[in-house]
Write a protein that binds this ligand. Sequence first.
Ligand code: NAD
Length: 376
Amino acid sequence: MSVFENPAFRHHESVHFCADEKTGLQAIVAIHSTVLGPALGGCRIINYKDSAEALEDVLRLSRGMSLKNALAGLELGGGKSVIIPPASWNGDARRAGADRAPLFEAFGRAVQSLGGRYISAEDMNVSVEDAENMALTTDYVVGLDVKHGGMGDPSPLTADGVFFGMRACVRRAFDRDDFKGLRIAVQGLGKVGWRLCEHLHEAGAELLVADIDLKTLSRAEKTFDAKIVDKDGIVTEAVDVFAPCARGAIINDDTIDHVQAKVIAGSANNQLASDRLGKALMQKGIIYAPDYVINAGGVINVAPEAKGIVDHDWVREKVIKLEDTVGEIVDESLAQNRPTNEVADEIAMRRIITARDSGRSWRAAGTKKTSLRRSA
Ligand code: NAD
């Protein structure tokens, strides 16, 4: 199937295939929309089966970034990029060799050639150090360290946003504002899941936790008095709230019939294996906080950086508002008897289309300079 016939290509503004012979770089940058602002979305490096699979991934993700940025009320469009690891890396996307930095510098040059229409950041297997290597050759990368003019680690803000968004769901599901005594299952105790547990523990919730890392689990048992449960079985535990904070597709055809939680609210991306499962959750009376809405704290955190500024107060205010955003989506879903994921997609698309039809479109206003950029 060619690019234009691919259904995932629909509504994309452009797709860029980038290569650099010297470093072996092969990358795809997908720009879904620049109506609301430059297309911002992370870069991931993954072993894809083939370039068609990489294309499918980047197209799907870039559309998701348009929706996420629009719903978070950011002046940003949506884009994403994927790098296919060079053959010499032998399938190790996290390879730490001397050829890693030049690859990301080459990718930075490709990003720079797009003139600011796309702004990159970290995603799967791409570290702050990789992003800073991109920043040697492009002005258009965010997620840099504080000492290089960045906004720092987005995870705490993501966790805070999940906590606020979860409270909006709890209010609607249980008619209460507090978490005291609520049984909450958190899958994945990484950067986001751990901080979420801190908030929930402090708020008096009873925690059930799962992770693949045994040390982390025993730390959680001591710190939060949490009950350790099976990493796969956690999705079907008899709890009030389930917070997926590890991997995607956790709500799928195998699990959906066994979910007992009344609320699903977590940070993991693509929690639903397919969009239609949103309707199935609604029919079971489960309130699902759409993943890209509730986990927007991270992208909100880097938004000022895209304008070349640092503004932690603005970020904090925006993240607090996620409680209202999630609440409004749930209210609309309940009032119209429509799945929350469908309501969220529609609000986001409406914002983009309204802006587009009013003639709004983003133009590069100037060049944002990172402190790392080498002079040309
Ligand atoms: P992380 O890598 O720090 O943590 C993930 C945790 O999940 C780790 O502790 C890992 O051991 C655990 N894990 C992995 N597989 C598991 C499994 N099968 N069962 C249970 N636990 C498992 O990642 P993170 O930054 O905390 O992000 C968590 C999720 O939230 C990811 O899906 C990520 O894409 C998403 N997300 C994160 C951010 C952010 O700011 N960090 C923003 C938006 C979305």
